[in-house]
Design a protein around this ligand. Sequence first.
Ligand code: DGL
Length: 270
Amino acid sequence: MAVGVFDSGLGGLTVLAALQRRLPDQAFVYFGDNAHTPYGVRDADDIFALTCAGTSRLFDEGCDLVILACNTASAAALKRMQETWVPEGKRVLGVFVPLIEALTERQWGDNSPPREVAVKHVALFATPATVSSRAFQRELAFRAIGVDVEAQPCGGLVDAIEAGDMILAEALVQSHVDALRRRMPMPEAAVLGCTHYPLMEDAFRAALGPDVAVFSQPDLVAASLQDYLERRPEMRGTGQVSRYLTTGDARAVSSRATQFLRRGIAFEPA
Ligand code: DGL
């Protein structure tokens, strides 16, 4: 009964924490590719190869379902994985759709034609690779019409968070919000389109001000996975125990993860 959770590094822990709160009896195996983070500055082939390698490792742990808790991998690699790589009997899901369904006020799996929605001006904060893929805008266009999206590539932010340099991370949040506002002064909603960014959610909210609705993925993804597993219980997998795997330095990653989640987490070498 283990579900795999993949990220380029520590960001997917924000999703994992929400999954564990909502599904306390479910085992999860987390894979952080900390040796190769950040993905956001890599090209699509590189992101595809790294994401397939990490996902394979999670299949080896008895996970039949893997959540790509990484927008960059979801944007740059997921479609190609689903079309050319995922073995029969396994599933790989991304983190975009639950977010976009929430933004466009849709029920899960509502595939009716795109329609007008309440929000008209949306700020997207994401990694350079996610922004240049335009995957967010593509998924949004399936569901909504007339929404203006202004995307801000947040260079440097994942590196600062992975390094635990929260002072630099806060300064970068402020400067990326300022840069976005020069192009879109009055967004109604802001999307934190990288799973590292919920760790900086307070800084984003402070920089954006009280009039901007902030959409963050962890709880939305957790609610959607719960619904999915109720419909597809066979995808809970054969693995029995929760584990935390990293391609990076397990001690350093464990200490940073413990700091971020405020509870002891012990990573093992992948
Ligand atoms: N957490 C990943 C995401 O959601 C970060 C990508 C990176 O490593 O740059 O996009």
